[in-house]
Design a binder for this molecule. Structure first.
Ligand SMILES: Nc1ncnc2c1ncn2[C@@H]1O[C@H](COP(=O)(O)O)[C@@H](OP(=O)(O)O)[C@H]1O
Ligand SMILES: [Mg+2]
Length: 250
């Protein structure tokens, strides 16, 4: 297969492409928010559509034979018989993006066999791109903080935080919350009540590469490229806390 696109004439590897896409889409999203010319739903919708259009074109050019599952594109059963499937969220944290908040992300993962193998998450407002090939484990002391959805945390998740003696921190975007565990700003991210594969795939790919525990709330494995992409709950936490968190959720 021929890959195009690096200025030195070389082929982009899968992880380089994932990181370039996450970074590039993030720059587009930042530019769309330029000068507060757009707001609210119109801003979110514009961001979703333009980031999706650019990512789709880039993937078609650089990986024309790979399948794609994206929040913002029509789904097809074609991906179910493919091994290489990109799982994309062009704009995670749309509500927060629309409110001109910094907590939004772009998720780009290449899955094989239903698991993310190369993943990149950009946090455009923070000018950061996390990659599964370069991410490192959090090293600092535990903070006592637990990240929850800013707008959709369930009462049960607040109860679990209290039971664990952790302070809830409300943030937008699954990618932002997962990267907060990666950077050691919080110890745990919990989500219940609804999410889709694109919300967690690339963040989990990066978090696993950083040595973090990632699973469903019942401790079972997260799998991707399923016929129904609904994947409603998630734990990402420091590995030393996994047993305690799972026990609190049992
Ligand atoms: N109950 C629910 N049902 C479906 N999707 C949900 C959900 N709660 C959160 N999500 C999705 O998970 C992502 C992170 O949410 P949150 O910021 O609340 O943590 C958002 O993705 P999008 O912004 O890509 O739609 C949001 O739509
Ligand atoms: Mg999302």
């Amino acid at each position: 297969m021929t890959f195009f696109g690096r200025s030195d004439g070389g082929a982009l590897s899968d992880i380089e492409l994932a990181a370039e896409i996450a970074d590039g889409a993030g720059r587009i999203l930042q530019a769309i928010r330029h000068g507060s010319l757009l707001d609210d739903g119109v801003l979110g919708d514009t961001g979703d559509r333009l980031a999706q259009a650019w990512i789709a074109r880039v993937l078609r050019r650089h990986r024309p034979h790979d399948a794609v599952l994206s929040e913002e594109a029509p789904d097809s059963t074609h991906r179910l018989t493919e091994d290489r499937v990109w799982v994309i969220d062009p704009l995670d944290g749309t509500r927060d993006y629309s409110a001109h908040r910094p907590d939004y992300a772009v998720h780009v993962a290449l899955t094989q066999g239903g698991q993310p193998v190369h993943s990149a998450v950009s946090l455009p407002a923070m000018d950061r791109v996390f990659r599964s090939d370069t991410v490192t484990a959090p090293t600092g002391a535990l903070t006592g903080n637990l990240a929850l959805s800013r707008s959709r945390a369930t009462p049960g998740m607040f109860r679990v935080a209290e039971q664990l003696g952790l302070t809830p921190v409300s943030l937008g975007s699954a990618g932002v919350k997962t990267m907060a565990v990666v950077t050691g700003q919080v110890d745990v991210y919990l989500h219940a009540g609804g999410q889709y594969e694109w919300d967690s795939c690339a963040p989990v790919g990066v978090a696993r590469a950083a040595g973090l525990h990632c699973s469903r709330l019942d401790g079972s494995e997260l799998t991707y490229n399923n016929p129904d992409p609904y994947l409603p709950d998630l734990i990402v936490c420091r590995p030393e806390l996994a047993e305690k968190v799972l026990a609190a959720l049992a």
